[in-house]
Design a protein around this ligand. Structure first.
Ligand code: SF4
Length: 112
């Protein structure tokens, strides 16, 4: 896969994802380097595994469970991510977040 095709797909996916996350109250993390890195992993996963799966979580065996990790997976993990004000990978953050250094991953078990 050429660098150019990775970049082009990254841009396409980001446009599509923006339309999904906006009404959910999320935006892309202001850390462009992080966004760039995660999006590149997603493009590679899409080529290898058939969908832009979450690069930060292990892919479950069952297809039904895997589909819950197609980015943006926010609708499936809304309560969890809203509590963290970010998705698990921090690719997306709540719209009101300006300082991402305060964000932290909270295991779902700590919220139950
Ligand atoms: S945790 Fe974030 S980056 Fe990972 S799939 Fe879900 S929304 Fe995408």
């Amino acid at each position: 896969m050429s660098e150019r095709s990775i970049e082009a797909r990254k841009k396409q996916l980001m446009k599509m994802f923006q339309r999904v996350i906006d009404p959910l109250g999320y935006k892309f993390n202001p850390d462009n380097e992080l966004v760039d890195f995660i999006m590149e992993q997603e493009v590679k996963l899409e080529r290898e595994a058939g969908a832009p799966f979450c690069p930060c979580q292990a892919l479950p065996e069952r297809r039904e469970d895997r589909m819950k990790l197609v980015c943006p997976c926010i609708p499936y993990h809304r309560k969890h991510f809203d509590a963290m004000k970010a998705c698990w990978c921090q690719l997306y953050v709540h719209k009101d977040i300006t300082d991402t250094s305060q964000l932290e991953q909270i295991p779902i078990t700590e919220l139950e």
